[in-house]
Design a protein around this ligand. Structure first.
Ligand code: GLN
Length: 514
């Protein structure tokens, strides 16, 4: 089955992943490729449309990223965004220059609603601008179809050749009607049906895995996180007992988390696979004894995780495939999908095991964004609490216990965290905040309980809202919820006599405390 594809050509802009997301929100599959990709290769993908992203350069500078002008005569609709728009104009005979008034932020534009790109959009609409250069005159054949007070060409179209250029960024949410514009491009102009749905994805993926693995064996490291759980389910549906899942319980999981994972994937669950739960708590606590430096703790946990996994793998013997829960943002951040700098080389804590005997890595979720991974999980019947689970760091509670980790402290933070999550959920705030947890500080303070002096630990509560997890704001949790959680924590969790709420955003803080 040939699926409809839109190709995003990446010129190094900040929002390239968002563009792909918006396209997929229209039900159309989308891939990001570097601007260096040859037109022949792009053509071979048979895209229904091409989008050129923004970028930091000026298109008239010598050596600035460019593309083959042949791209504009393939008969495939092209939408240029910001740098992409400027480049399109420059290559086709328009003029692009340094603007005397640069625009940055929310800017109102007046649009021609006769233009297909702006069908159904308000005649005056707010959009997000971020540019120093501007299009002074559009290329021959183009009509101006939007202006701002400083931009004579905020958008231009050549409806004959189906080429579109917008100076602003429709992909960011600050562009009030940006999603509609992208939908207009993808569905109306490119004529996509918008039938890329997760049930089809799951069906195709299962068939492909079956074909690829044949009668071979696969091994999956299951962390209980969303990505590895969904990857494991897809594999289990495809190859059943040819799959072995190793779940390393490092003793730094949230309260009851190990049992939750086992309930789904273990012998009592609905999948017929080989599930191995390794209780490695003591090993991890032993290694962490006396260690207080956050980076050192992270490293120890990552390395020990790999060691335990390798030992289990050795017992199983050679396998054909090692399953990884890599998702599309990991691929793009590794510098493989587009132009963005290498942010991390791969996403698993501590990297790949060196001593596991496997032939090939299999990454069934490689093309999906997080929300799509969740949709596949729901589609495959994974319980909602596993699928909607908030992000949890690989080193687990190890980085939510400030300073030295001990089994007693793990217990304290697990209990406090469970209460905090329960109260947030009970108040209906679990859908309003994106991440919320408790951390155990390394501070002991004086308190009084039952007329007796206490000298005990302080818990820090955290709740943040974010749309991208790159920046975050501290959530304005109503006082009643904070008060209720505080009183329950000090009453129910021994050795906690004080509770703080973290009011800092990211930046300057990070979401996790260590
Ligand atoms: N660098 C170009 C400019 O300053 C394009 C910016 C962008 O794509 N956001 O105008």
């Amino acid at each position: 089955m040939k699926r409809e594809t839109v190709v995003v050509l990446d010129f190094g802009g900040q929002y390239n992943q968002l563009i792909a997301r918006r396209v997929r929100e229209c039900g159309v599959y989308c891939e990001i490729h570097s601007y260096r990709t040859e037109p022949e290769k792009i053509k071979a993908l048979q895209p229904k449309g091409i989008i050129l992203t923004g970028g930091p350069n000026s298109c008239y500078d010598p050596g600035a990223p460019s593309c083959d002008p042949a791209l504009f005569s393939l008969g495939i609709p092209v939408l240029g965004i910001c740098y992409g728009a400027q480049l399109m104009m420059n290559l086709l005979g328009g003029t692009v220059e340094r603007a005397c008034m640069r625009e940055y932020g929310r800017i109102e534009i007046a649009v021609d609603t006769e233009c297909e790109l702006f069908a159904g959009v308000s005649p005056r609409t707010v959009c997000w601008m971020s540019h120093n250069d501007y299009i002074r005159t559009p290329a021959p054949g183009f009509q101006i179809c939007a202006v701002s007070s400083h931009c004579p060409v905020a958008a231009a179209e050549d409806s004959e050749r189906r080429l579109y250029a917008v100076q602003f960024h429709p992909e960011v949410l600050h562009t009030a009607e940006g999603s509609r514009m992208i939908a207009n491009f993808v569905l109306r102009i490119c004529g996509c049906a918008g039938d890329w749905k997760m049930d089809a994805f799951a069906r195709e993926a299962i068939a492909q895995i079956r074909e690829k693995v044949g009668s071979g064996k696969a091994l999956c490291a299951l962390s209980g996180g969303v990505d590895s759980s969904v990857a494991a389910v897809l594999m289990a549906r495809a190859i059943g007992t040819q799959l072995t899942c190793v779940f390393v319980d490092h003793g730094l999981l949230r309260k009851d988390e190990g049992d939750d994972v086992e309930a789904v994937f273990g012998p009592a669950g609905e999948y017929d696979l080989n599930f191995i739960r390794v209780d490695a708590k003591d090993r991890f606590y032993e290694k962490l004894r006396g260690v207080t430096d956050p980076e050192k703790k992270r490293r120890i946990i990552g390395e020990e995780f790999i060691r335990v996994f390798e030992e289990e793998a050795k017992k199983i013997g050679a396998v054909d495939y090692l399953v990884q829960g890599t998702i599309y943002p990991d691929v793009v951040e590794s510098g493989m999908g587009g132009e963005s700098a290498v942010i991390k080389s791969h996403h698993n804590v501590g990297g790949l095991p060196a001593n596991v005997d496997f032939r090939e890595i299999i990454e069934p979720l490689r093309t999906l964004f997080k929300d799509e991974v969740r949709a596949v999980g729901m589609e495959l019947g994974l319980p909602r609490h596993l699928v909607m689970r908030q992000p949890f760091p690989g080193p687990g509670l190890g980085v939510r216990i400030l300073g030295e980790v001990t089994p007693e402290k793990v217990h304290m933070v697990q209990e406090a965290d469970a209460i905090w999550r329960e109260e947030i959920a009970r108040a209906g705030w679990d859908e309003k905040v994106n991440q919320y947890f408790a951390a155990l500080t390394d501070i002991r303070t004086v308190g009084v309980m039952g007329d007796e002096r206490t000298y005990d630990y302080a818990i820090a509560l955290r709740a943040v809202t974010t749309s991208d997890f790159m920046t975050a704001e501290s959530a304005q949790i109503p006082w009643e919820i904070l008060q209720k959680a505080t009183s329950r924590i000090v009453n129910e969790v021994p050795h906690i006599n004080r509770v703080f709420y973290d009011c800092t955003g990211k930046p300057p803080a990070t979401v996790e405390l260590e």
